[in-house]
Design a protein around this ligand. Structure first.
Ligand code: IPM
Ligand code: MN
Length: 352
């Protein structure tokens, strides 16, 4: 199969972890006879430095023409404490999501048997956890009307949802639930927010189309609590943009390291795959960052964007083997030998 993949390495540790995913994908391509063309493009602070804009038109054209996008991380500390900065790397990410129409952000949380004691939560609480969030990604308070009034002394951000935006996200969640354990949880704040009441009403109306799926409705504050108490109670969770942003970071610690969790962002046509972690600037250039979340994102890409399940499984098997044999970076080494980012990538590519 001919695969045309846009490669957006971004900032911080992005380029290092992306390099490892490329090695692994190239090994998969040679094993299964695929022909990958990588199309590198600028994004984030790297793009601001080069062309003054975090998601340049040229990058968008490359992403639109590609079969899938593989993304590293964006963000740079020099922008974080400067509220007056006019252009920020994160704006690139938001613009990209909007322009590519990536409305569904799929973020799984699962445990690895060999890492279960690395989790800050007790073994008996997390064993068997295998859940997935479908976070709405192109609407809500991230994209609603915002501004200042009252001579700058009042600020507002608006959470707005249209029924079709909820429907298309919920449809992805229902479809995923059908292939899993047929449980769906709609996370909202319907006791307070009108937009949440529209979420609930819309999802309730869709229940009849999926009679086999058991749907529950829970408030976001309660889910925040139950997620770390009994994570294995959950299967598929659907939620709006900001709630999903917060809950998926919380969920990622269940597995024991943020460096492990992959994600997919899906639109009607485009799809993008990226690790959940950020640009981790303290580690940039040191060859110490954990590349596994990016490598597992590449596995999601083979499966979701190309329908190549055997290829995805081969990548996951290699990752499981590296964890079982202790070929891991310092975040997981626990006093034993820590491998470099590039060494883990080489080892995985050899074990494909
Ligand atoms: C994420 C990130 C982004 C978000 C930031 C960098 C804009 O935290 O992908 O979860 O809030 O969506
Ligand atoms: Mn986030």
């Amino acid at each position: 199969m001919k695969l045309n993949i846009a490669l957006l390495a971004g900032d911080g540790i992005g380029p290092e972890v992306i390099d490892q995913a490329v090695k692994v994908c190239d090994a998969v391509a040679s094993k299964f006879n695929h022909d990958i063309t990588w199309k590198p493009a600028l994004t984030g602070a790297a793009a601001i430095d080069a062309v003054g804009e975090p998601y340049p038109d040229e990058t968008h054209a490359i992403c639109e023409a590609a079969d899938a996008v593989l993304f590293g991380a964006i963000g740079h500390p020099r922008f974080d404490n400067d509220p007056s900065a006019k252009v920020r790397p994160e704006q690139g990410l938001l613009k990209m999501r909007q322009k590519l129409g990536l409305f569904a952000n799929v973020r799984p949380t699962f445990t690895f048997p060999s890492l279960i004691d690395k989790s800050p939560l007790k073994r008996e609480r997390i064993e068997g956890t295998d859940l997935v969030f479908f976070r709405e990604l192109t609407s809500g308070v991230y994209f609603g009307e915002r501004g200042r009034k009252d001579d700058g002394n009042t600020a507002f951000d608006t959470m707005t949802y249209k029924r079709f935006e909820i429907q298309r996200l919920a449809k992805k969640g229902f479809e995923a639930a059908m292939t899993r354990s047929k449980r769906l949880c709609c996370v909202d704040k319907a006791n307070v927010l009108e937009s949440s009441r529209l979420w609930r009403e819309t999802v309730q109306a869709m229940e009849k189309d999926y009679p086999e799926v058991t749907v529950s409705y829970e408030f976001v504050d309660a889910v925040a609590m139950r997620l770390v108490q009994w994570p294995s109670d959950y299967d598929v969770l659907i939620t709006e943009n900001l709630f999903g942003d917060i809950l998926t970071d919380e969920a990622s610690v269940i597995s024991g390291s943020m460096g492990l969790m992959p994600s997919a962002s899906l639109g009607e046509k485009a799809s993008l795959f990226e690790p959940i972690h950020g640009s981790y600037p303290q580690a940039a250039g040191k060859d110490i960052a954990n590349p596994l979340a990016t490598v597992l994102s590449a596995a999601m890409m083979f499966e979701t964007a190309f329908g190549l399940h055997e290829e995805a499984k081969t990548i996951r098997d290699a990752v499981n083997k590296s964890l079982a044999e202790g070929v891991v970076t310092e975040d997981l080494a626990d006093g034993a030998k820590a491998y470099k980012t590039s060494e883990v990538g080489d080892w995985l590519a050899e074990n494909i």
